[in-house]
Write a protein that binds this ligand. Sequence first.
Ligand SMILES: [Zn+2]
Length: 151
Amino acid sequence: MTATSIRTRAPKASSAGVRRMMQAVRVRDTTSEVLLRSELHRVGLRFRKNYRPAIGLPRVDVAFPGRRLLLFVDGCFWHGCPIHFRLPKSNASWWREKIDATAERDARQGALLEGLGWSVIRVWEHELRAEACEETVARIAHCVRFTGARD
Ligand SMILES: [Zn+2]
């Protein structure tokens, strides 16, 4: 089952509740990416935004090309966070399939990138929330400084 075929079978606005949740999740994802970028700047890390690591691959939000290092922020809903993901009650089997397909795609893409010589860091959206953010940024900074070529 490809992601495309799942998308074409997307439930039509199943309920106002699900629609509101999806919109909230999307806004939150964007917010955490903006927050992350400003925190990385604050600790002195320089990176490229919307970087394409290889032809035919999707763009990555935050990349450190000099270190061959890519950073992905996984939304707790869309990427099926083990702590926060709750399967919506309506269209549950469609959502399960959708979330599983995303996890498979993440794994496939990660393996492909590592095969091309990139290191990949993935952080959960919840790791960027206020109480966890500083530690997460410190962990990322450590990875950046100890991965790949020296500048
Ligand atoms: Zn989470």
